[in-house]
Design a binder for this molecule. Structure first.
Ligand code: FUB
Ligand code: ZN
Length: 639
């Protein structure tokens, strides 16, 4: 890796979004999703699955208080994954073992949101939650409500499954975002105390463990960047180096002498620097790969970066849905084998695409190459957006590319495929993850190094950086046009990503193409305009993907389209797109010429060429599907 290519993203303080498409979505998150989740965390949404999140913090704070008074409160068993209503003891921890993380993700989203929209009422609510959280912290800095409530003696004894380090990672990320927005360092200080405990507990001459669900690594790097405390970076590196060493720590902590498992699920089968394929639980994977890229950059570690690149190539070229979804199988919410991308069984968890965006940004900061931001764009405009309903009130956890409601009801292999978005989930990882990503969208637009500002996403925005002030006006999704009003006191280079879907573009200035970016020298106050030719295209998938043989998808720019029963009738599998479909686009909708195969009455009969009726086929953006009730949907269509 070449440190001359290192860049750093510009943050939410420097970038304010002002975009026709994205304003609506960020506003929805600000005005609907964040308030909704505030209530969900306290179980105040009628009909929604219970969260128990705040309830657990309150229980833990009572215990912490008693412990301060020298009273030893009772403990409850800590050997279950889910502690729900069936746990008859009201005083025990309830919900999933990682329930604490939901409020941290919420606080992270609130922090980003407050940076753009100061809101005293919201800030007071967040401060109240922070007070509740901090009251639960033990004197030594430890803070995980499952163990505080259920069994203090078992702290850090099941790193593989029980998510203490995962909740810690989210705590740190929430605290940093909130501190950056408000200057309130209460949660940040609490996070540093917990981080100090973790740094004192894990290391070469200490516990040689590492997180079962990665994220602490990424969070520790962020905490190091904010505080300058080297030990946080060292511990992040330690977690990466230690992972996958034999004998496996996950065996040791369970008292097993033999190798019981190969821990692919946790990406702990071999040391990360020797991994070259994306395996296991997809969210865990991309969180680890993000941290690997962070550490590779921080230490200019070529070997580790090569591993990141091999894993990236494997995802991008063999394991990525056209929608930017990853993690093809429900079995372990995991990456499947190469080219296994089923449409109707897809898992493609919303969180996994969000994590892919984290990984992509970090890769792009290590190496100048437009395809990282291309993948971000694919994930953003398709799977991430599809994760939330148009009213911001319901969510997809799983993002399939083909849905038949009967199949979801009757076929247990497809039970994870929900034909409509859900209000909330007992395992509610995705909605707050969406909220934090969308609220921090400003951090994915620009990166910079000493002399260049890179434009990675064409989202209308205002940038104020040390090099220049730039106003970006964008109608990118509608007609491919973007303009940049640049105000600068010193010359610099502006690098515009040329999206991989675009065959032609008009740029109003001289440029030089490198690594997928058009580099333009800027000397004075100026206006640059770019117009990407945006066409509706029929997109083919490699014939190594069995599910898509004889089929194609429709895309317009970065947006993947799909067909829905409400527009095209039942039995979408009988539709065929013409190879010359005469696409007509208006207001986000595409009409195309096609055919409907006549239905057979006989289950079996001697083969005859199928009969077709001509028809018009209506396509809508994939991310808008499922907003008009339960019905069939398909991204791929026969051609
Ligand atoms: O384990 C915590 C979260 O729950 C994961 O990131 C999601 O995939 C879900 O399993
Ligand atoms: Zn999720």
């Amino acid at each position: 890796m070449n440190s001359n290519q290192f860049t750093k993203h510009l943050n939410s303080k420097e970038v304010k979004i002002n975009d026709l498409v994205w304003n609506k979505i960020t506003e929805l998150v600000r005005t609907n999703v964040i308030p909704y989740q505030y209530l969900a965390l306290q179980d105040k949404i009628a009909g929604a699955e219970k969260s128990y999140c705040i309830e657990n913090f309150i229980k833990a704070s009572k215990i912490a208080e008693k412990m301060k008074q020298g009273i030893i409160p009772p403990v409850y068993p800590a050997n279950k994954w889910v502690y729900d209503e069936k746990n008859t003891d009201d005083n025990a921890f309830h919900g999933w073992v990682f329930q604490d993380s939901d409020v941290y993700k919420w606080l992270e989203a609130v922090g980003y949101s407050l940076q753009n929209h100061p809101d005293n009422k919201l800030q007071r609510k967040a401060d109240e939650y922070i007070d509740i959280i901090c009251r639960a912290q033990l004197d030594n800095g430890y803070l995980d409500t499952l163990y505080i409530i259920n069994n203090r003696d078992e702290i850090f004894t099941n790193l593989k499954d029980y998510h203490e380090l995962y909740c810690f990672g989210h705590m740190v990320e929430g605290a940093i975002s909130y501190y950056n927005a408000t200057g309130n360092d209460k949660l940040l200080n609490a996070s540093c105390r917990f981080a100090d405990l973790i740094c004192n507990t894990f290391g070469d001459d200490k516990i040689k463990g590492y997180p079962g669900h990665e994220i602490a690594e990424m969070a520790l790097v962020k905490l190091y960047e904010l505080t300058g405390e080297e030990k946080y970076l060292n511990t992040a590196k330690f977690f990466i180096e230690e992972r996958g060493k034999k004998p496996y720590y996950f065996d040791i902590e369970r008292g097993r002498k033999t190798i019981e498992d190969n821990y692919h699920y946790n990406q702990a089968h071999i040391q990360p620097r020797y991994q070259n394929e994306a395996v296991g639980h997809a969210v865990r994977g991309v969180y680890l790969y993000s941290a690997m890229a962070d550490i590779a950059k921080a230490y200019s570690d070529n070997e580790l970066f090569d591993a990141c690149k091999n894993i990236w190539d494997n995802i991008e070229n063999k394991k990525l849905y056209i929608t930017g979804g990853i993690g093809a199988t429900v079995d372990g919410e995991a990456f499947s084998f190469d080219y296994d991308l089923p449409n109707d069984l897809a898992y493609a968890e919303t969180c996994a695409s969000i994590g892919l965006i984290f990984f992509a940004r970090r890769m792009g900061e290590c190496e100048i190459n437009a395809h990282y931001a291309d993948v971000t764009e694919r994930a953003l405009y398709n799977t991430v957006l599809s994760g939330m309903a148009e009213d911001g009130k319901s969510f997809f956890y799983v993002n399939p590319l083909e849905v038949l409601p009967e199949a979801s009801r009757f076929d247990s292999r497809k039970r994870h495929i929900k034909p409509v978005r859900q209000k909330w989930f007992s395992c509610a990882c995705c909605p707050p993850n969406l909220a934090r990503l969308i609220s921090s969208l400003g951090e994915y637009i620009f990166t910079q190094n000493d002399d260049t500002i890179f434009v990675n996403q064409y989202i209308g925005s205002e940038l104020k950086s040390d090099k220049a002030d730039i106003i970006v006006t964008s109608s990118y999704i509608e007609n491919g046009k973007v303009s940049f009003e640049i105000n600068t006191i010193r010359s610099f280079t502006l690098a515009l990503r040329i999206p991989s879907w675009c065959d032609n573009f008009d740029l109003s200035a001289n440029y030089e193409m490198r690594n997928g970016y058009a580099f333009i020298k800027i000397d004075i106050q100026t206006k640059i305009e770019i117009a990407f030719e945006i066409k509706t295209k029929i997109v083919k998938c490699s014939n190594k993907v069995r599910a898509n043989i004889g089929k194609a998808a429709v895309m317009r720019g970065p947006v993947v389209y799909c067909i829905e029963e409400v527009d095209n009738g039942k039995n979408l599998h009988l539709l065929k797109l013409s190879e010359t479909p005469n696409f007509r686009y208006k207001n986000d909708v595409i009409f195309a010429d096609g055919f409907r195969e006549k239905e057979d009455d006989a289950l079996y009969s001697e083969y005859k060429a199928p009969q077709y009726d001509e028809c018009k086929i209506k396509f809508i953006p994939y991310y808008t599907w499922g907003n008009r009730g339960e019905n069939e949907m398909s991204v791929y269509i026969r051609i």
